[in-house]
Design a binder for this molecule. Structure first.
Ligand code: 7TS
Length: 406
């Protein structure tokens, strides 16, 4: 079956708009993907017909909202192939999911001399929370190095697994370079030494399915807005045995069974970690986004994006002075690059004039920029709705930028 990108594009209303007088070319999906009509409609239908607070009322709307929210949790469970919905915790996004593990799992357990191991490829969301844990506990943050292609140096990673390593926290896919990390091998090596593993799946879930049982990870985090869903909602998957041992992070309504000034008993999983009124419409939108992605077929989307990446990379290499940053053998549809003599921000501005949206900057991965000795890169990222015409517009605008800067 051929992938019908024209039909997919028609599902995304925003792609019909113009920017600076030109039809929009959206190549910043790694930062946030656009929403298909199915997600917009699902959120709208919930807000129009079913909204009330969850878990709190006997009235019809509260029950409808609770059903929608808990139904969304079950949808996420199936998507991740978790064993039980108790393992699915709704958060504001990847960042909050990682902070939850840092505060509730790591902080109470770690002490001086303990080590947390990350890689050089991490987004700041998978660095800073661990630095904060280290500052509070006296633990040390270790960093597994990468090679000139932006690939993890696996032997060096393995050598850094020490008797004091208490947690491995790694990206599944790098946002700055697109590198797909060998997370199954990473996890195997850690587990062989009894070390739990957190995977930052923010960039991975949009490009294929993430099966937490197949990956055998202990924690998995992702954000809905990179998966064609709403902002302000994301997920922490945690292995039930670990979640059970963890104290709540935030206190408040919904996370308790009973409260008195003599003592409070906490709610069961997963609600123990969901204090306060949650993002109900966000969860509904996330469930619709998962339905949408699965209706396209993750494998078909992946193949389509790989074709775009190959075509864009080949065309980009024809531009004099262009250097591709991140040339891993196993790569998601992210093209990070610099052009000699043009600052990435100037490049981004010129492309924006042409209606082409790319990301420029350090991509919240400053250690990666430092490794490649660049202050910033320009990054085009491809999604299910991009097509060959988008690449032609990107390449045309890059040629134009070179003319402007002589
Ligand atoms: N981890 C990775 C690998 C990411 O790519 C991002 C966001 C995050 C964590 C944080 O996700 P959030 O939803 O909690 O903010 N990455 C990007 C990006 O590449 N450009 O903008 C945001």
């Amino acid at each position: 079956m051929t992938y019908d990108v024209a039909r997919v594009r028609a599902d995304f209303p925003i792609l019909a708009r113009s920017v600076n007088g030109r039809p929009l070319v959206y190549l910043d999906s790694a930062a946030s993907a656009q929403r298909p009509r199915a997600v917009i409609d699902a959120v709208d239908a919930y807000e129009t017909h079913s909204h009330a607070n969850v878990h709190r009322g006997v009235h019809a709307l509260s029950q409808a909202a609770t059903d929608a929210f808990e139904g969304a949790r079950e949808r996420v469970r199936r998507f991740l192939n978790a064993r039980t919905a108790k393992e699915i915790i709704f958060t504001r996004g990847t960042t909050e999911a990682i902070n939850l593990v840092a505060n509730s799992w790591a902080r109470p357990r770690l002490g001086p001399g303990d080590e947390i191991l990350v890689t050089r490829l991490e987004h700041h969301a998978n660095i800073v929370p661990w630095q904060m844990v280290c500052a509070a506990t006296g633990a040390t943050l270790k960093v597994a190095p990468i090679d000139g292609h932006g690939q993890l140096r696996f032997d060096a990673y393995e050598a850094l697994l020490s008797p004091r390593t208490r947690l491995v926290a790694t990206a599944h896919i790098s946002n700055a370079l697109g590198t797909i990390l060998p997370v199954a091998r990473i996890t195997q090596a850690a587990h062989a030494r009894g070390i739990p593993v957190l995977l930052d799946g923010a960039q991975a879930v949009p490009h294929g399915s993430a099966d937490v049982q197949a990956l055998d990870c202990d924690f998995y985090a992702f954000s809905a807005h990179k998966l064609y869903g709403p902002t302000g909602i994301g997920v922490l998957y945690g292995r039930e045995a670990l979640l059970r041992e963890m104290p709540p992070w935030q206190g408040g309504g919904d996370m308790i069974l009973s409260v008195s000034f003599e003592g409070t008993t906490y709610n069961d999983l997963p609600w123990k970690f969901e204090a306060g009124t949650p993002n109900i419409s966000g969860a509904v939108g996330l469930a619709a986004a998962i339905d949408y992605v699965e209706s396209l077929g993750p494998a078909a989307v992946h193949q389509h994006e790989q074709n775009l990446l190959a075509k864009a990379t080949a065309a980009a290499l024809g531009i004099p002075g262009l250097r591709v940053i991140g040339t891993a053998a196993d790569k998601a549809a992210v093209l990070s690059f610099t052009v000699e003599g043009i600052h990435p921000h100037d490049l981004g501005t010129i492309l924006d004039h042409e209606g082409v949206a790319i990301r420029t900057g350090h991509h919240c991965a400053m250690p990666v920029m430092e490794f490649f000795d660049v202050p910033a890169t320009a990054r085009a990222s491809f999604a299910c709705y991009n097509d060959d015409a988008d690449i032609d517009r990107l390449i045309g605008a890059l040629h134009q930028a070179r003319e402007v800067f002589g």
